[in-house]
Design a protein around this ligand. Structure first.
Ligand code: SF4
Ligand code: SF4
Length: 167
């Protein structure tokens, strides 16, 4: 797994990158969305999710009710059966999340998602690089620096770019 290669660097840089993201949260630099799209492209040319899968192995997505219905039907279960077997409500915020990790849909042999085409929106949007409200969710990005290699590479590159034009 590539995570071990990145986790020490992520832990070391978390403070510095968190400070940088905080700055973005306070005031989004001009052209941030376009810059993020360019930096995301560079990042994905360097990081291979299929060699990692850490998000599916150790984190949980949040599920919308309509997604649960869709996924349950796809795997031949009723919504209730699926919920009782795999999901729970996070009491801290009311989110519906997986009970256990790794995710029940991760194929541990090849790190592929067995419901890729119909996966929850939360999985589709992770790790949030191209969100229009990027600056508002930058605290989430900061939390992901030590656990998502792509996020670490992305934020390092973004910082390098924006530092060079003095955010
Ligand atoms: S999104 Fe991040 S944590 Fe998930 S597989 Fe890709 S690099 Fe790993
Ligand atoms: S649904 Fe698929 S993409 Fe989402 S956490 Fe599970 S295995 Fe990963």
């Amino acid at each position: 797994m590539i995570v071990s290669k990145f986790e020490r660097r992520g832990a070391q840089k978390k403070k510095e990158l968190k400070k940088f993201l905080k700055k973005i949260e306070k005031k989004a630099p001009r052209g941030l969305i376009k810059t993020n799209a360019e930096v995301a492209k560079e990042t994905w040319s360097e990081v291979d999710c299929l060699a990692c899968a850490n998000c599916c192995l150790k984190m949980t997505p949040t599920f919308k009710k309509v997604e649960i219905k869709r996924i349950a039907a796809h795997v031949g279960m009723t919504t209730k059966e699926y919920f009782d077997k795999y999901l729970e409500v996070d009491e801290s915020n009311g989110d519906i999340v997986n009970k256990n990790t790794p995710c029940q849909h991760l194929n541990l042999k090849d790190n592929k998602c067995s419901i890729y085409e119909i996966r929850p929106a939360d999985c589709r949007l992770f790790p949030h690089f191209e969100r229009k409200d990027f600056n508002e969710v930058s605290y989430v990005i900061a939390e992901n620096v030590p656990r998502c290699p792509a996020t670490l590479v992305f934020v390092e590159k973004l910082k390098e770019r924006l530092d060079s034009v003095q955010v």
